[in-house]
Design a protein around this ligand. Structure first.
Ligand code: ADP
Ligand code: ASP
Ligand code: MG
Length: 451
């Protein structure tokens, strides 16, 4: 059996014909059997989300026209032999137009099903384009609909994959890959057991690629993006951020969880569990190298990198009943769990508990972050306070809490802005603190300069 490589190309790598051609040359250099997982072309998923939310037909049509222009601009540069790609693209655009023109459903379950179906067109179109470009170099390329192989539950907008069912469906792909056939599929989308299209949450193509890599027991998962690896912080915030040659799975998982968009937070678990090496590199500049995510990196610095997560909500729950009481936290978390609220950080004092809530995770289903019925339930046993417009900054490293120099650096970097919450101790790999959105970039720049 030849070792399999799974290559994922993100939205900017799929942005135009030149970008896609660079991706094809990246995989053409790989001798191994190759599976490619693509995102939608840059800007397409945002427009599809807006189509799924807009009540105005004129607005939906305008967004649709923009998407068609993006895809056609790319398709125009395909070689003359790509007639079937043009046809399939046209058919997908027609289906999407019909869906966007249909009256909006009323039932919440129908709304979320329709939303995921609309969102799926981004990856379905981009994968057709990628396949056609790749076929112009190599005849043996097949496109596979991810909805036939990635099995999920029915939680639309943030579906949970079923890896063993997905492995079963991927079995036939292994033999194709071993025969030298290149496979292209879509990231981000799957289907539930009834066949309804589902999505894995924004940025979910990394996660899809990791699941396929696990299902195929691949040797390596390559995440090709618009930066040459994982940096010491987001290079868009600090121009002097440095690329990291190696990082441990644990550090990378923390970085991703705390907002480093370069990797989807859930994408590392399948790779860790299946012993798959993960590489992050630049699709347009593979010669720049990248970051290898490994179980045991050669160095273990106390501070490796900084991450930030915007749009945090701080919920403070205060109840005198909590004084020496048992079961209070269980009651609180039971309410939050029933409303699918995703909690990030927690700090407690004798009579109050402060939690940060993740907007993206909690609202993935298109619902309100803090539904009124949930707040009503909480008010029955506590007073609550809600603060928004906050950013969580995470210092990621090793044995944090065992060195004395980190907390003073954090507090100095934040000064004079107030630190609304600070969390350390639960993980040896992070120290997190919460500040107002307005000061976050300044604080990250200050802190990065001190590291
Ligand atoms: P893709 O479309 O390829 O999935 P994303 O936009 O999701 O790409 O992720 C790449 C972006 O992640 C980079 O352009 C960068 O701005 C951002 N990013 C955030 N933190 C980091 C980090 N520590 N290292 C590298 N990139 C980071
Ligand atoms: N296209 C999806 C998004 O924009 C998934 C991805 O790009 O990873 O969120
Ligand atoms: Mg991404």
């Amino acid at each position: 059996m030849l070792p399999i490589q799974v290559n994922k190309f993100g939205g900017t790598s799929m942005a135009d014909a030149d970008a896609i051609k660079s991706c094809v040359s990246v995989i053409e250099r790989q001798p191994q059997p190759t599976m490619v997982v693509v995102s939608a072309c840059a800007g397409v998923t945002n427009r599809l989300v807006a189509i799924s939310q807009s009540q105005a037909q004129v607005e939906r049509q305008r967004l649709l026209d923009e998407i068609i222009v993006i895809h056609q601009g790319i398709a125009e540069q395909l070689p003359a032999s790509s007639a079937s790609c043009h046809q399939r693209l046209q058919s997908l655009h027609e289906q999407l137009t019909e869906l966007a023109a249909a009256p909006l459903p009323q039932q919440p379950s129908e709304i979320s099903r329709r939303r995921d179906l609309i969102l799926s067109f981004g990856e379905r179109c981009s994968s057709e384009l990628f396949t056609a470009f790749w076929r112009s170099h190599s005849a043996a390329v097949e496109i596979v609909d991810a909805r036939d192989i990635l099995v999920t539950d029915s939680y639309h907008g943030n579906a949970t994959p079923d890896l063993s069912a997905t492995k079963e469906r991927c079995k036939s792909l292994s033999s194709l890959l071993q025969e030298g056939v290149g496979i292209v599929t879509q990231g981000f989308i799957g289907a539930d057991l009834q066949g309804y299209t589902t999505t894995l949450g924004r940025g979910g193509s990394d996660y899809s690629a990791a699941l396929f890599a696990a299902a195929l027991t691949a040797e390596q998962l390559n995440i090709w993006t618009d930066v040459a690896g994982i940096y010491t912080t987001d290079p868009r915030i600090c121009s002097d951020a440095q690329p990291l040659q190696q990082i441990s799975f644990a550090e990378a998982a923390e970085l991703a969880t705390f907002g480093a968009k370069v990797l989807h937070p859930k994408s590392l678990k399948p790779a860790i569990e299946h012993g798959i090496a993960v590489f992050v590199g630049h699709s347009r500049h593979p010669e720049k190298g990248g970051t290898l995510v490994v179980p045991e990196p050669t160095t273990r610095p106390s501070i490796r990198a900084l991450a930030r997560r915007r749009h945090q909500t701080l919920l403070t729950v205060n109840s005198i009943d909590m004084l020496h009481a048992t079961g209070f936290l269980a009651r609180l978390f039971d309410v939050l769990a029933r409303y699918n609220i995703s909690v990030d950080l927690v700090t407690t004092s004798e009579v109050s508990i402060a939690l940060t809530l993740d907007e993206d995770g909690s609202r993935a289903n298109g619902q309100s972050l803090l539904p009124e019925p949930m707040l009503e339930e909480l008010r029955q046993f506590a007073t609550i306070e809600i603060e928004q417009g906050l950013t969580l900054i995470a210092v990621i490293g090793n044995d944090i809490g065992h060195y004395g120099d980190i907390s003073p650096k954090v507090l100095q970097a934040a000064s004079p802005d107030p630190v609304r919450m600070i969390c350390q101790g639960a993980s040896r790999h992070n120290l997190c603190f919460l500040v107002a959105d307005s000061g976050a970039e300044r604080i990250i720049k200050n802190l990065h300069a001190k590291l």
